[in-house]
Design a protein around this ligand. Structure first.
Ligand code: GCB
Length: 878
């Protein structure tokens, strides 16, 4: 195989690239005319911008998918009348019409690729105004149609003004703004060849005699080779020229450890005046690679397991409108994790992402958003083809890219399930589309591999031929999460190897949700605990690393991302990230560092869990809880407040100690050789018995029917699991943990609880509870009950990804109950559904005076159906 390089235009005397991100005005507009409706309220703002930052997080299902108008004045500082002027949009989701001085100058379909609009002929150079009509409405002819991410609307990537001489490199070859394509037909340790194809345009009314000068420049700035051609471009014509650099001796190779970049600088020089009319710069990396079905991936002749993550482009409180620096940081965080691969999923991303991959030595795949399902229309096919060509041409010159992909889990939501004949036709369309896109890709770029990512239904894809078409098959596997057991993962990989012995493969997705606020010492799938995610990823990583035919694997996902339709513990967010939405590392990020980094690594896994709580071990002054340390070293020693807790061997890169946490500050230090890590944990010790005077009760926040610890950082409260009542202590009497109608969950509900951000407080519940007792000493207490009716309410479409989701129909029964506190009625005839609505957070706070050593006894009295309690808080006032 051979290799290629990137495209960016540079500033020179006559070509100017000017950011147009500031000074826009914006308004939503429900009408769909060719001009903004009169009397709109315009808001001043800057690009990047999306109009969906708030409505994707609220309790109201859905988000605005409609039209928005942007407008801005254009001011030209300097003479531009004899120049070509272009507007460059790096990403507008998803249909855009560009008007200049009220006239339609161009339009674009598709939310994830760049487009360039030539605007010179619309300008008056005095009071020019650009208006951009954008819509993110559902359009059955534009991918993506459905997906597990949010289709934020707006001009969400940088906008630029580009001013060039009439003679210039083409800016508009499917959004490739450099007009130059670089390939490296041959690369070895000894020698390399480079081919530079340039698209030149002359938009003036006169022929132009020019010199095209192309230089290869090494990382020290030394010109190592030059090619120069003189030619005449006739008036109003385009010309393509090719320049070959036959032998670059001893090329410095590009690789993850040494991402050495050369540069290709291309100039158009006027022969007569010697003026440089245009100049563009592209990165050049020398590398060669191959995927082998038996032995995996090879870079520059050496075997390399591709290990990394997929990335979505959105960020906490910003949607997809994310400033440059934060985007670049994502690639840096992947590198710091020890990753060498980025699956740019599920759509092409900001051009800076691949630039960062080139610079940092991260290999990459890029794909268009054909996800879950297709439309069998000619327009849909055309739009897909166009997106694929745009993606390839715009990212062609990046040495980091090794794969172009074009479909993801396309059989996840098969249409026509009750008409087999019709479905067969639909499948034929899918296969045809795959074949069209695959052939197109191979033709556009024979130097890279093609790929389709499938979900784990091997036979479905295989039967209709989708495993044959691409050069690599990607599998998105979630055994032990959405379906089956964790151990099925390894078996699936072996099955591929047996059935598709000639087909290279990647694990394009795998992962488990981890809500950064949740921990558990009894982790089970769907509890969203960090601990379950650690266990899950250990098993997957072991299998991936030990099987040579697995070319690599990309965990889903680098960071949590928005998915408006999701519910669960953090509604609207997919929590499979190694990093949070705001890019804080979770425990599993450290696990990946332990697995992937070459340098010694040692880190307390739950580094963010600084405030813990727990019940004292019987009559002692501490509570023993496990602590995990992630490392790539064999053994480590843990110290608590300077006292050794002993040496532990790492098992699958994790050492575990049982730590006796005392009340207050616990100083933890782990060491291994020269390496160490520290964590201060503030522990709130709960008494084993309330009679224990050494541990006076202050505050207890108890989740009923739950095995989770939940940290609410906004209100500084730490919640812990319940326990059955023990004399002298506290706990529930009677009932059992709520188990939803969804068979996959061990306990609790996955429904969005309305009117709270603390869904985990309300998603679990003790059903048929009879009593709850606190045998607290006399005093003044505050008691807060939390309830939510978890059965009933609007039934929403089950998430397609939940493969074995067999939600049984819920049997909604009337539930009315009363609650007494120490024999006095506190809540009478409470009917959660009728009084407050289904799945709605209900909070009832009161004060209790405890006298005569009687403690607090809460009685739950059924009136109709059975009583429930979701959570309970106790605070001692004095
Ligand atoms: C998948 C999809 C991805 C989802 C992911 C999940 O298989 O390809 O878009 O986000 O699963 O978390 O369910």
């Amino acid at each position: 195989m051979f290799t290629c390089v990137s495209s960016s235009y540079a500033q020179n005397k006559t070509t100017k690239l000017i950011s147009l991100n500031d000074q826009w005005k914006f308004s939503k507009d429900q009408s769909i005319g060719q001009a903004p409706s009169p009397n709109l309220n315009w808001q001043n703002l800057s690009i990047p911008h999306t109009w969906n930052v708030q409505d994707i997080m609220d309790d109201e299902p859905g988000y605005y998918r409609g039209t928005g108008w942007y407008k801005r004045k254009l001011k030209f500082n300097g003479p531009v009348k004899d120049k070509e002027v272009f507007l460059v949009f790096n990403g507008v989701n998803q249909e855009a019409e560009i008007y200049v001085n009220g006239k339609l100058a161009g339009s674009h379909i598709g939310g994830y690729t760049r487009f360039t609009i030539p605007v010179s002929r619309f300008l008056n150079y005095q009071d020019d105004e650009v208006q951009v009509k954008v819509t993110n409405r559902f359009n059955e002819d534009i991918a993506p149609l459905t997906a597990d991410f949010t289709f934020f609307g707006g001009i969400y990537r940088n906008v630029n003004l580009l001013v060039t001489d009439p003679v210039h490199f083409s800016e508009n070859d499917h959004g490739n703004t450099s007009g130059v394509y670089v390939t490296t037909p041959e690369v070895s340790n000894e020698t390399a060849s480079v081919k530079v194809k340039s698209l030149l345009e002359n938009s003036s009314a006169a022929a132009s005699k020019i010199q095209v000068q192309t230089e290869l420049i090494d990382a020290d700035g030394k010109v190592i080779a030059t090619q120069s051609n003189i030619l005449t471009i006739p008036a109003k014509q385009s010309v393509v020229i090719s320049q070959d650099f036959k032998s670059v001796q001893k090329p410095h190779l590009w690789s993850p450890e040494d991402p050495y970049l050369y540069k290709v600088i291309s100039k158009i020089i006027a022969v007569k005046s010697k003026n440089v009319l245009d100049q563009v710069s592209n990165p050049l990396g020398f590398r060669w690679f191959k995927f082998d079905a038996e032995k995996g991936f090879f870079l520059n002749g050496k075997s390399l397991k591709l290990m990394g993550a997929s990335r979505h482009q959105d960020y906490k409180d910003m949607g997809n409108a994310v400033p440059d620096a934060l985007q670049l940081r994502d690639v840096e965080l992947l590198k710091k994790m020890g990753g060498n691969f980025l699956r740019v999923a599920h759509y092409p991303q900001d051009p800076q992402i691949l630039e960062a991959c080139d610079r940092l030595g991260i290999l990459a795949s890029v794909e268009i958003p054909v996800i879950n399902t297709i439309t069998e229309s000619a327009a849909f096919t055309e739009n897909c083809k166009n997106m694929q060509v745009e993606m390839i041409r715009q990212s062609f010159n990046h040495p980091s890219v090794v794969i172009w992909a074009y479909m993801n889990e396309i059989l996840l939501r098969p249409k026509f399930t009750d008409d087999k004949n019709r479905q067969a036709t639909y499948f034929k369309h899918i296969v045809q589309l795959a074949q069209t896109l695959d052939s197109l890709t191979r033709k556009e770029d024979p130097s890279r591999y093609t790929m389709i990512a499938n979900h784990g239904a091997f036979d479905s894809y295989h039967k209709i031929g989708l495993t044959k078409i691409p050069m690599i098959v990607g599998w998105n596997l979630y055994s032990g999460w959405y379906s089956g057991n964790i151990d099925d993962f390894g078996k699936f990989l072996d099955h591929h190897h047996k059935e598709l012995a000639d087909k290279p493969m990647l694990v394009t997705e795998y992962g488990a949700d981890a809500d950064p606020r949740i921990h558990s010492f009894a982790p089970v799938r769907f509890d969203k605990s960090q601990e379950y995610a650690v266990k899950f990823n250990q098993i997957y990583l072991n299998d991936i690393l030990k099987k040579p035919f697995v070319s690599g694997a990309m965990v889903w996902n680098l960071a949590d991302f928005n998915s408006e339709t999701r519910e669960e513990t953090m509604p609207h967010v997919n929590n499979k990230g190694l990093l949070t939405l705001g890019r804080e590392p979770k425990d599993i990020y450290f696990l990946y560092q332990a697995y992937l980094l070459n340098r010694p690594f040692l880190k307390i896994a739950s580094a963010a869990w600084k405030n813990r709580t727990g019940i004292a071990d019987s009559a002692s002054l501490f509570s023993t809880q496990p602590l995990q340390v992630t490392t790539n070293l064999k053994t480590a020693e843990l110290f608590l407040n300077g006292k050794s807790l002993g040496l532990k061997d790492a098992v699958d890169h994790v050492c575990t100690w049982n730590v006796p946490f005392g009340n207050g500050l616990n100083k933890l230090k782990v060491t291994a050789g020269q390496n160490s890590d520290e964590l201060d944990v503030d522990f709130t010790l709960q008494p084993f018995n309330f009679t224990d005077e050494n541990i006076p009760v202050k505050e207890m926040n108890i989740l009923l029917g739950s095995k989770r610890f939940y940290t609410d950082e906004t209100e500084h409260q730490i919640w812990m699991p319940d326990q059955p009542y023990k004399k002298g202590s506290w706990g529930y009497i009677g009932g059992e943990a709520f188990k939803g109608t969804n068979n996959r969950m061990s306990y609790g509900s996955d429904k969005n609880i309305l009117e709270t951000d603390h869904d985990p407080v309300y998603q679990t519940q003790q059903v048929s509870i009879k009593q709850f007792r606190f045998d607290v000493p006399d005093g003044e207490y505050e008691l807060t009950f939390h309830f939510a009716e978890l059965i009933g309410g609007a039934t929403k479409e089950a998430l397609a990804y939940n493969l074995d989701n067999n939600h049984q129909k819920e049997e909604v029964k009337q539930r009315i109950f009363s609650v007494d506190i120490n024999g006095e009625t506190f809540l009478e005839n409470l009917n959660l559904a009728a009084d407050y609505g289904y799945t709605t957070a209900v909070k009832k706070k009161t004060r209790v005076t405890v006298q005569g050593g009687k403690g607090i006894i809460l009685d739950f009295r059924p009136i109709a159906g059975v009583p429930v309690l979701n959570a309970l808080q106790l605070r001692k006032i004095y």
